[in-house]
Design a binder for this molecule. Structure first.
Ligand code: SF4
Length: 230
């Protein structure tokens, strides 16, 4: 074998994933009741992105991927959610730990994994061919300000959904037929998070509401899993 001078990747070494938010149950990002995972950091930085708070790659301790896999596995074992949704930030900006997480979950039999990415699906599959084995579906493409859509599953009309697992065709076709209107609030010691894909015209109102934290507290923010309509 020729020597390349490169060491092979040590797949047993600990891997770490920067995480912005981990939440269960999530009802406003994907079909059914889901585990939600938002990675930290995005290099794409689309104008008007609603997730600007998650652009930074720093700001919190990254999570050990194998421990995180166990945490997700436990939720699936004890609560039987419909699936896992992964968004960000940009998940594929941390592709090595992301793929390791997906492989771990695949070994555990977790099959409905939905990933949101600002990259194009062709670039993702060219770089990570196994994604079609590891994910059930991918929503791809950068956010385009001014190109609004009523579809509940995307922020701008240019984005597309690729379904890799035909066994989930029915649940995903019902989900992508739905219109916007469902968002969800989650709060922890850091503040208030709005989960879901809002209409572009509502983004500024949501930002103002979130930043006005005393008012948010007076509104008796519901706990994880409760929803409100906008
Ligand atoms: S929409 Fe997604 S890809 Fe675009 S800047 Fe926001 S987090 Fe990054």
């Amino acid at each position: 074998m020729p020597k390349t001078g490169r060491k092979p990747a040590d797949e047993t070494a600990p891997a770490y994933l920067g995480i912005y938010l981990f939440c269960y149950p999530v009802y406003a990002l994907g079909p059914g009741r889901r585990v939600g995972l938002w990675t930290r950091g995005c290099s794409i930085r689309c104008e008007g992105c609603v997730s600007g708070d998650a652009w930074s790659f720093g700001g919190s301790e990254p999570a050990d991927v194998d421990e995180l896999s166990g945490r997700i596995r436990d939720i699936f074992k004890n609560e039987s959610p419909d699936g896992l949704s992964i968004s960000g930030g940009e998940p594929f900006d941390q592709s090595a730990p992301l793929i390791r997480l997906l492989r771990n979950l695949s070994v555990s039999g977790i099959r409905d994994i939905l990933i949101f990415t600002g990259y194009r699906i062709g670039d993702i599959t060219a770089r990570h061919a196994e994604i079609s084995e590891l994910a059930a579906a991918v929503v791809d493409g950068p956010f385009e300000k001014g190109n609004d859509t009523e579809a509940c599953w995307k922020g701008s009309a240019n984005q597309t959904l690729t379904l890799f697992r035909p066994e989930f065709a029915e649940r995903y076709s019902r989900w992508i037929a739905a219109k916007k209107g469902r968002l969800q609030i989650f709060s922890d010691e850091r503040g208030v998070f709005v989960i879901g894909v809002p209409r572009q015209k509502d983004v500024q109102k949501i930002r103002e509401w979130r930043e006005f934290s005393p008012m948010a507290e007076k509104r008796a923010i519901p706990g994880a899993g409760e929803e409100f309509q906008v």
